[in-house]
Design a protein around this ligand. Structure first.
Ligand SMILES: Cc1ncc(C[n+]2csc(CCOP(=O)(O)OP(=O)(O)O)c2C)c(N)n1
Ligand SMILES: [Mg+2]
Length: 425
């Protein structure tokens, strides 16, 4: 460091690699008049004392990209993506499926049929779009024998799917972020997948306050790793409003600090999200580097079944948000303007989705849980470690002693496919 500082200031602009030059396109606008650059960076040398607290250098906030206005009409100069009627209808149907599931599962949890429901895990939509299926989602929530995500060992809503390339959701906030940077890097190292696949990670604006967010971004920018970071800024981390979570310009402002291409998008505008993420993916693949997308939205529901959000926000505020910028209504109005949708189809779809979800629910409810033995499998590779062996044997001993004679255990055991009989070696 000292040696670098004592070097004479180089007046000619340093030759910078192509990726560095493209990444500086979104950097702050520095004064035009400058006297060369430092020998160790592209930072222009100026005689004016100036402080910066945001990537825009005081020129205002990072803009939000939008295609549709609040009533589904493309805004001036917006580029409407070329999507077919079939594709657009599929998008709309998937958008409607998610709240249908939310409503029904929320009530089911309230009836005590499973432990917990967390409505803000919007990633279920990604899985449903990829064909995970309502049955698989229900099986996971009930933790029954058809639960391929985790054989009933995860909390409800913690999906995972090998077929759909979806890493299992985990509750500790932000742990997925550095993992994703690692996955992106691994994809790049694999000759079969290099230049074809990227990693994509979702997290809330609250999770972006964790150290793991910064570790993941730094890692992805330095390795570098083709990873798309998608921050869902829904205004709340449970009860903490966004304005108490950060002082800067949201999550997007952090991207350029890491030299990461960044875009802020209206998360309630599906066409804007579609364009932004498609372009993010293209850039990610082309440069082999990370991209950050901040999607702005508002959490209409409570955080989870353990939360009553009216303790910290007004009912009217929520009611207003349901109407303003409602992503489903906006897209529906767009479809109607194209002649791709009408009131009748809306009714038919809603009835069908409700029926599909109820059928899946009844099916999932009736199924047994996986083998109790599965509690001890798949945790580690290779031989069963001594501590798991010890715990498994103890449970087997207790079941032998109380399983038949103590009613709570007798009825509970019947809910498992093996009724706890496979526990012993
Ligand atoms: C490390 C860690 N700390 C605290 C929690 C408790 N917790 C669960 S969700 C949540 C808020 C998350 O907010 P955000 O990332 O904005 O996601 P949102 O719920 O809005 O989708 C908190 C604090 C946790 N799961 N993990
Ligand atoms: Mg949030």
């Amino acid at each position: 460091m000292l040696r670098a500082l004592s070097l004479p200031i180089v007046l000619a602009r340093a030759k910078v690699p192509l990726h560095a030059r493209t990444l500086t396109a979104s950097a702050p606008k520095f004064p035009v008049k400058h006297q060369g650059v430092l020998p160790t960076s592209q930072s222009p040398v100026v005689a004016t004392l100036q402080f910066f607290n945001s990537v825009t250098g005081g020129a205002g906030q990072i803009p939000t990209y939008r295609v549709l206005d609040g009533i589904g009409i493309p805004i001036e100069d917006a580029e409407v993506p070329e999507i077919s009627e079939e594709f657009a209808r599929k998008l709309y149907e998937s958008m409607q499926l998610l709240p249908t599931m939310d409503n029904i599962l929320y009530n089911v949890q309230r009836q005590g049929k499973f432990s917990f429901y967390v409505g803000q895990y919007r990633e279920m939509g990604v899985l449903l779009w990829r064909g995970f299926g309502i049955d698989a989602a229900m099986a996971q929530c009930f933790g029954n024998q058809d639960d391929r995500s985790g054989k009933g060992r995860q909390m409800p809503m913690h999906f995972g799917s090998v077929e759909n390339h979806f890493h299992t959701i985990s509750s500790p906030l932000a742990t997925q972020i550095p993992q994703a940077a690692g996955v992106g890097f691994a994809l790049k190292r694999d000759p079969e997948r290099r230049d074809k696949n990227v990693a994509c990670v979702f997290f809330g604006e609250g999770a972006a306050s964790e150290g793991d967010f910064h570790a993941g971004m730094l890692m992805a920018s330095t390795i570098p790793s083709p990873t798309i970071f998608i921050a869902r800024n829904n205004g709340f981390a449970i009860s903490t409003p966004a304005h108490e979570q950060y002082h800067g310009d949201g999550i997007a402002a952090r991207g350029p600090g890491y030299g990461i291409e960044t875009v802020r998008v209206d998360g309630n505008d599906i066409l804007a999200v579609f364009n932004a993420v498609k372009e993010a993916r293209r850039r990610c693949l082309e440069s082999g580097r990370a991209v950050l997308v901040e999607a702005m939205t508002y959490r209409i529901g409570h955080h989870s079944t353990s939360d009553d959000s009216f303790a910290y926000r007004g009912r009217q505020e929520v009611e207003n948000w349901k109407k303003i910028d409602n992503p489903i209504t906006r897209f529906r109005l767009f479809l109607e303007s194209k002649g791709w949708w009408d009131e009748k189809e809306e009714e038919v779809l809603k009835a069908k989705l409700k029926k599909d979800v109820m059928t899946a629910l009844k099916r999932a409810e009736a199924l047994k849980r996986s083998d109790l033995r599965d509690l001890f499998t798949d945790v580690y590779g290779g031989e069963e470690p001594w501590n798991l062996k010890e715990q498994r044997e103890e449970l087997a001993r207790l079941i032998k002693k109380y399983g038949e004679v103590w009613e709570p255990w007798r009825s509970e055991l019947k809910r498992f496919r093996d009724e706890g009989k496979k526990l012993a070696d």
